[in-house]
Design a protein around this ligand. Structure first.
Ligand code: ADP
Ligand code: MG
Length: 247
């Protein structure tokens, strides 16, 4: 009993919480299977590693700031033109993230742009990547306040250190010149280092109008499109279709 207490104390001191949680079960299992010392040690270490990986994914899921959780499983591909199911399922492997490729989703409201971007972001978190999701309006707010507000500074720093940044809803609200500049600088810094997923209800041509600067918008699009897969979605709004059905 004393030895057991001591072991628990050691595990706490060393922060081996994965082993700590499953200790009794791991010991019982080892005794009944009569495993070697080495095999037992490996069981303990692998329990600790599994626990840490799971905890990191949970932390990253919370830190991504997804507004809701979505997956491809309940996405109806028959409703939307511009992306095929197998093509989308292939993207779940996240090889595009390793290749620093961007994904750009265009299309009318309610077509599933945010849904898809969250589904890919979530798959990336589950695979161990660090992801940040932001609506562009909030992202700009963060950029504007980063110098005076610690929480904004931390968030921007997390964005810069992410493996993937998702920027949702570009185009719903016009952007002032100074804001557009901040946004452009961010994209420039992420360029070829951190891949981005962008969703927009406005076509490329309308971006210049939204940002109020043709030269800068061209430079921005140039960076976003350099290594990118572009999906132009079309079809009937899922929101409207659903509410019509409910009526
Ligand atoms: P967008 O970002 O293009 O405006 P959303 O992704 O927010 O649209 O979609 C609106 C709502 O409809 C969300 O709840 C989303 O989960 C759902 N939705 C959109 N398209 C589909 C689809 N093809 N299959 C299932 N749900 C969908
Ligand atoms: Mg959306």
């Amino acid at each position: 009993m004393k030895a057991h207490q001591q072991t628990l104390g050691f595990l706490k001191t060393l922060s081996l919480h994965g082993v700590l949680r499953g200790l009794d079960e791991l010991i019982d299992e080892a005794e009944s299977r009569k495993v070697s010392y080495l095999a037992f040690l490996n069981d303990l270490l692998s329990a600790e590693i599994a626990f840490r990986v799971k905890r990191r994914v949970e932390r990253n899921m919370a830190g991504a700031h997804f507004p809701v959780l979505k997956s491809l499983e309940n996405f109806d591909f028959s409703r939307v033109k511009g992306i095929g199911k197998s093509e989308a399922v292939n993207l779940l492997d996240c090889r595009w993230i390793d290749a620093k490729e961007n994904l750009l989703f265009f299309g009318p409201p309610g077509i599933g742009k945010s849904h898809l971007s969250i589904a890919f972001g979530r798959a990336a978190v589950e695979k161990g990547y660090k992801v940040c999701f932001e609506r562009v309006t909030n992202l700009i707010k963060l950029l504007k306040t980063a110098e005076v507000q610690k929480t904004s500074e931390y968030r921007i720093r997390r964005i810069m250190k992410s493996d993937l940044v998702i920027i949702d809803e570009i185009g719903y609200t016009p952007i002032e010149k100074r804001e557009a500049n901040l946004f452009f600088n961010l994209i420039s810094e992420l360029y070829e280092k951190v891949p981005v997923v962008v969703t927009s209800n406005k076509s490329f041509e309308s971006w210049a109008e939204m940002m109020g600067d043709t030269v800068m918008t061209t430079a921005l699009l140039d960076r976003l499109l350099h290594h990118a897969k572009v999906f132009t979605l079309d079809g009937e709004s899922y929101r409207l279709k659903k509410s019509r059905k409910e009526v």
